[in-house]
Design a protein around this ligand. Structure first.
Ligand code: ACM
Length: 468
């Protein structure tokens, strides 16, 4: 194609060319003395072409705001021909806003950086034991009660005895704020995937509506960390509640994928309570694990009937995995759920605890702020290969991509989140975008300082890489 006819020398032109033989999100950039041309067959591709142009300009472009007229400025882009497309279609980052709330402005700031680095799925972990963070009009107590806790564990979970700071913590997003974040992300070609946890990690909801738990006894929004035994009771009242919540969630989030959690649901209450045992009897289920599977499938049917798809943590294999669910694989110490999903033909998103948990330490804990544990260096992230070596070609096609998770037990605010996410998310961005044979650690480390300057310009308080 010629440059757009109206263009003068030095123009940057964008061409949407549906028949272009590169994938949906792919693009071509051609930079020559006469001008710069970006071509793509879809809007996302043009957007990514623009992000690449941005990277070809000096880091000062990230500063934002108008330049003083008296500052002489000349920015050049090297003459290049680029043809580029992503390796994976799910390039995700997850943020837990339950353990520590992050106001919508902070979420948008994270979305800005994701867009800059061509990440396209923001998994918003909106509910958990320590706080319910999304306004649901049908159930106002979720945010009146469930969004607030009376204190937070001080220091490490491993310290005994546990002490709490006594400081009320909480917050939530109004539906208007949710719509705004979803639209903001969509403008940047990012799909927001909401997560509503069930049947476990639901103490905050049960604190708001005790009848949702099997005991009906009052519970408090949790102030510490871990896995808790008060989970949703599988009664008709609970399903009516969850369907009411999901109805509002589907209205707010256009995402095809809706995450329903499914992880870490202890079965103690279901074992001891007649309400749960009655469902096992009625449905002819073998045990509480099959009850979990039945629970998840019932919710999946609700989503499917409304044109959506269920995604859940890998515990959704428990008691039988639905053939149409998407599995988010995180328990990297046990590959049985991964194998099961692969053999059954399920779609998979890789988010292994061993490498893509950005709440893990980045270096020797002695020199680092308190974290949950683990050790995942920048180089570890960069070296991560999302495709399991034992997958067949067919199974490889089921891997949608990969995602890093930001759990915030030990990340009380923006600066703490920045420190854990950057620059590791730069490595993630390359893992999920670039072809495997194009990844080169030495080359990455040489390109890194330029990107750290960009993060500086954007006010991101990243961790300065300084080895192990
Ligand atoms: C998880 O880390 N519980 C998904």
């Amino acid at each position: 194609l010629p440059l757009a006819p109206a263009g003068a020398d030095g123009d940057i032109t964008f061409h949407l060319d549906p028949p272009l033989a590169i994938e949906d999100e792919g693009y071509e950039v051609s930079a020559a003395p006469a001008g710069i041309r970006v071509r793509a067959s879809g809007a996302a591709g043009l957007f990514y072409g623009a992000q690449t142009l941005r990277q070809l300009l000096p880091p000062a472009v990230e500063r934002g705001g108008a330049l003083p007229a008296e500052v002489p400025m000349s920015w050049t882009i090297p003459a290049v021909e680029i043809e580029d497309a992503p390796r994976f279609r799910w390039r995700g980052l997850h943020l837990d806003v339950s353990r520590h709330f992050m106001p919508a402005a902070g979420v948008k700031r994270l979305i800005d950086r994701m867009a800059q680095y061509k990440l396209n799925r923001f998994h918003w972990h909106l509910t958990d034991d320590q706080g319910w963070r999304i306004e649901i009009e049908r159930y106002p107590r979720l945010t009146q009660v469930g969004a607030w806790r009376d204190g937070t564990l001080v220091g490490s979970f491993h310290n005994r005895p546990h002490t709490f700071d006594g400081v009320r913590h909480g917050g939530y997003y109004t539906q208007d704020e949710v719509r705004e974040v979803v639209a903001y992300a969509a403008e940047r070609h990012i799909t927001v995937v909401p997560e509503i946890e069930m049947p476990g990690h639901s103490t905050a909801a049960i604190a708001a509506y005790p009848e949702l738990g099997c005991t009906g006894e009052p519970v408090e929004v949790v102030q510490g960390w871990g896995v808790f035994e008060d989970i949703f009771c599988p009664t008709e009242e609970t399903f009516a509640f969850l369907e009411g919540v999901l109805t509002e969630v589907l209205d707010l989030f256009p995402s095809t994928y809706i995450h329903i959690g499914g992880d870490e649901a202890p079965k103690a209450r279901w074992e001891e309570r007649p309400e749960a045992q009655a469902v096992i009897q009625r449905e002819g289920l073998a045990d509480e694990h099959e009850l979990q599977s039945w629970f998840v499938r019932r919710i999946e049917r609700f989503l499917n009937e409304r044109g959506r798809r269920l995604v859940g943590w890998d515990e959704i294999v428990e008691g039988g995995l639905s053939p149409t669910a998407t599995l988010m694989y995180w328990r990297s110490w046990d590959d049985a759920p991964l194998r099961q999903a692969a053999e059954q033909g399920n779609d998979i998103v890789m988010t292994p605890n061993s490498t893509l948990y950005f709440d893990h330490y980045q270096a020797d804990p002695a020199g680092e702020p308190l974290a949950i544990g683990g050790l995942t260096t920048l180089e570890d992230v960069y070296a991560y290969e999302p495709m399991p070596a034992f997958f067949t070609d067919t199974q490889a096609g089921q891997v949608l991509g990969a995602q890093a998770n930001i759990w915030t037990e030990y990340l009380p605010g923006q600066a703490a989140v920045d420190y854990m996410v950057w620059p590791r998310a730069l490595a993630l961005a390359e893992v999920v975008w670039s072809q495997r044979d194009r990844r080169d650690w030495t080359d990455f480390t040489e390109r890194l300082p330029d990107h750290l300057r960009r993060l500086d310009m954007a006010g991101v308080r990243y961790r300065q890489p300084r080895g192990r």
